[in-house]
Design a binder for this molecule. Structure first.
Ligand code: B12
Ligand code: SF4
Ligand code: SF4
Length: 258
């Protein structure tokens, strides 16, 4: 952003000299930092592919980091979130009809673990390059009353261009539907950022038709978290799975494709 400075000689207007100086400084900074931002982005993307990740994007978090349950002192210079997504096996999902299976539950745990490990390795790499990096757990609830984590991976995923929030309230990607899980690494490494994709579910209603809790309606804003949570708790009580897992809406989601 260009910083216009009010001149002392001309307090009501912008000093032409200062403005030109600002533009010149900006051009120099841009020329020096942009390639580095771009290079860092490509290096991290390659690294995350090597870690087996299927989705990669970077979000500018300057305007949203005040929502995170992380201290402002820690967040001060962390202006970027690297968002990673790992695909869920379609075969494992297809075993599931009205309720989660033990196969899916095991898969869910392994995916979380792999995401956390990939985030840790990426963070260590960034740190070795001299920058700060904070890997945020894939699934860790810190406020059990409100069911909240340190931050929303879904929201960062939207900002990093990985997809849109679907009718099922999950992040939906054009290629994978919502059949993937997420993790994020916050950093001060200079990185090129991505933009939201601006797409939507269109006419698809597959998830709304299969949800055993009937928690899905028109859009994510109508999603009934409580109904979903009660159903998930009932699956846990039936000893079907040992954690809060369901995923029937994930199984059918192809991102609006037939
Ligand atoms: C707690 C939790 C739950 C709770 C729900 C509580 C809740 N508040 O949503 C319960 C146990 C019910 C649950 C259920 C499920 N969960 Co869950 N859950 C989480 C967890 C750990 C924290 C969520 C949180 O803090 N939310 C805080 C609120 C404020 O944010 P949010 O709901 O995530 O996002 C909303 C807003 O940010 C807003 N929003 C989104 N983008 C934007 C953009 C702008 C500009 C704005 C203004 C707003 C906005 O819309 C979002 C959706 O409502 C996250 C992991 C994480 N750290 O994100 C996983 C996570 C959301 N869960 C996930 C999944 C897959 C599930 C289940 C399918 C269970 C399963 N694994 O089998 C179901 C699906 C329920 C559903 N259809 O939404 C995945 C989602 C992956 C994806 N592709 O989207 C996550 C991200 C875990 C992961 N590491 O991948 N979950
Ligand atoms: S996780 Fe299960 S209960 Fe919750 S919205 Fe999806 S299908 Fe419905
Ligand atoms: S199943 Fe269809 S309506 Fe539901 S989230 Fe996926 S694309 Fe959207």
């Amino acid at each position: 952003m260009i910083k216009y400075e009010v001149s002392r000689a001309n307090p009501r207007g912008f000093s032409k000299r200062n403005t030109q100086a600002a533009i010149f400084t900006r051009a120099i900074k841009g020329a020096v930092f942009w390639p580095r931002m771009y290079k860092n982005y490509l290096v991290l993307r390659k690294l995350s592919r090597g870690e087996g990740m299927d989705l990669f994007g970077v979000a500018d978090i300057r305007l949203v980091k005040n929502e995170f349950a992380i201290s402002p002192a820690t967040l001060q210079s962390l202006d970027r979130a690297v968002c990673l997504g790992l695909r869920i096996s379609q075969a494992v999902l297809s075993e599931m009809r009205e309720k989660p299976t033990r196969l899916y539950f095991h898969h869910y745990k392994i995916i979380n673990s792999l995401l956390d490990q990939a985030a840790l390795r990426l963070a260590n790499f960034i740190q070795r390059k001299g920058y700060l990096a904070l890997p945020v757990p894939a699934t860790q609830i810190i406020d059990w009353e409100k069911n909240l984590a340190h931050l929303s991976h879904r929201k960062l995923g939207v900002m990093a261009g990985l997809g849109w929030i679907g009718r099922n309230n999950l992040l939906v990607n054009e290629r994978f539907g919502s059949q993937f899980r997420l993790v994020s690494v916050l950093t001060d490494m200079p990185l090129k950022t991505d933009k939201p994709v601006g797409k939507s579910c269109g006419k698809c209603r597959l998830c709304a038709n299969v949800c055993p809790a009937q928690a899905i309606y028109e859009g994510p804003e109508d999603f009934d978290r409580d109904k979903c949570f009660q159903k998930i708790k009932s699956f846990q009580a039936q000893r079907q799975v040992e954690q809060f897992v369901c995923g029937v809406c994930v199984n059918v989601c192809r991102g609006g494709r037939k």
